[in-house]
Design a protein around this ligand. Structure first.
Ligand code: GLU
Length: 418
């Protein structure tokens, strides 16, 4: 079994035990309700044919239709997809959304495809999975390697097959196709809100505190951007090209421009360049944000992480053993399914707009997103404090888990599943 899935299952088991839930809850959540594997043929620009492997994991529907992104990545496996779908179930429950959890994946390196090939792949994915998708069935969104352009092709293909416009069947679409401009930066914005809330409680404020961000994709860029707007000093950023470290502060907007023009953060003019992309996790900073992919802070490197606060922008970046090590040192990890929920919370707001053919302004939408993220954080923090009073072993993830599992358990019980 993949390390990622193992970690997610052990987290789930810990949550079921801590919350005193029956074993049946673990049994129901440790396996997805449905897994669909498809083959997607694409005629390549060269004239040859490639057949790509794709999945959609529909993990749990106790709280509503399945909801979660689609990842395009060369190394993604079905087991990782199951782990990611399980995290979506927890994330959607914790945020109080009317959704179960799901996640899709295609084994492909999207950077190696032309725009035409990528479009064929996106449309092919929808054709293959059409019978199990839909605005009240399973609503995909982007994840690593996909974006609003891919969502536009997907919603178009879906709408053609259905015979009518169906904007609510995919989220994070371009604004002109009933998307909302906030969705582009929603995950990073939500991470920044949570970073500020956590820093205020743990570090006595946020103004002037230093933040290091590992991973400079959609989440990392907007996390750094909004955190700097909120008063944090961003001292390190990284991507696969390496790490940029500047204790005097990095100009995030300039770094975003460099990233979009050259594809590499190390082309940022200024700061010290370190070849290890993970070096951003080890620099002197009050807060560290692993915003790249899973399994980044492990027992092997946890000793090098100095920050007192870790905010997980990625899904599954800290292994459970590493998290316990950090806790022993008095550091707090804000768990992924709380910290990075801004994306799916914004997806929910977009979906509500689409179902009603109604429109909110960017400011109004961002205010709603901020309120939901703050409320989520406050609920988890209060539970964390309560649980910590009776046991010193508790980590913040445990509090989030118990709240998320409680809602799923109540729904399953009411439905007669348990
Ligand atoms: N892929 C994002 C996540 O992991 C967003 C999912 C969504 O908006 O449905 O939370």
């Amino acid at each position: 079994m993949s390390v990622f899935l193992q970690n997610v299952l052990s987290t789930l088991k810990r949550g079921v035990a801590l919350g005193g839930f029956p074993e049946g809850l673990y049994k129901l959540l440790s396996k997805p309700e449905r897994v669909v594997a498809v083959s997607i043929p694409v005629r390549m620009d060269s004239g040859g044919l490639e057949v790509f492997e794709g999945f959609r994991v529909q993990h749990c529907s106790a709280l509503g239709p399945y909801k979660g992104g689609i990842r395009f990545h060369p190394d993604v496996t079905l087991e990782d997809d199951i782990a990611l779908a399980t995290l979506m179930t927890l994330k959607n429950s914790l945020a109080g959304l009317p959704y179960g959890g799901g996640k899709g994946a295609v084994r492909v390196d999207p950077r190696k495809l032309s725009a035409r090939e990528l479009e064929q792949l996106a449309r092919g994915y929808v054709r293959a999975l059409y019978p199990v998708l839909g605005e009240l069935v399973d609503i995909p969104a982007p994840d690593v390697g996909t974006d609003s352009r891919v969502m536009a092709w997907m919603v178009d293909e879906y709408s053609k097959l259905l015979g009518r416009n169906a904007p609510a069947s995919f989220t994070a679409k371009p604004a002109v196709l009933w998307g909302n401009p906030v969705r582009e930066y929603a995950t990073g914005f939500g991470c920044a809100v949570v970073t500020r809330e956590a820093a205020e409680r743990l570090l006595g404020g946020s103004k002037g505190l230093t933040l290091a961000v590992q991973g400079f994709g959609n989440t990392g860029q907007w996390h750094a951007y909004w955190a700097s707007k909120m008063g944090f000093k961003v001292v390190a950023i990284s991507d696969l090209s390496g790490t940029v470290y500047d204790p005097d502060g990095i100009d995030v907007e300039k770094a975003m421009k460099v990233k979009s023009e050259t594809g590499k953060v190390v082309n940022y003019p200024g700061g010290e360049k370190l070849s290890d992309p993970k070096a951003a996790l080890y620099v002197d900073a009050d807060v560290v944000a692993p915003d790249a992919v899973e399994n980044q802070i492990t027992l092997e490197n946890v000793g090098k992480v100095k920050a007192k606060l870790v905010v997980e922008g990625a899904n599954g970046p800290t292994t459970p053993e590493a998290e316990l090590e950090l806790a022993k040192r008095g550091a707090v990890v804000v768990p992924d399914f709380l910290a990075n929920a801004g994306g799916v919370v914004m997806s929910y707001l977009e979906w509500v707009q689409n179902l009603q053919w109604y429109w909110w302004s960017e400011e109004e939408t961002r205010a709603k997103l901020e309120r939901i993220m703050r409320d989520n954080f406050e609920r988890v923090w209060a539970k964390f404090e309560e649980m910590r009073r009776s046991s010193r072993e508790v980590v913040m993830r445990d509090a989030a888990l118990v709240i998320a599992l409680q809602r799923i358990y109540d729904a399953m019980k009411a439905r007669g599943w348990l």
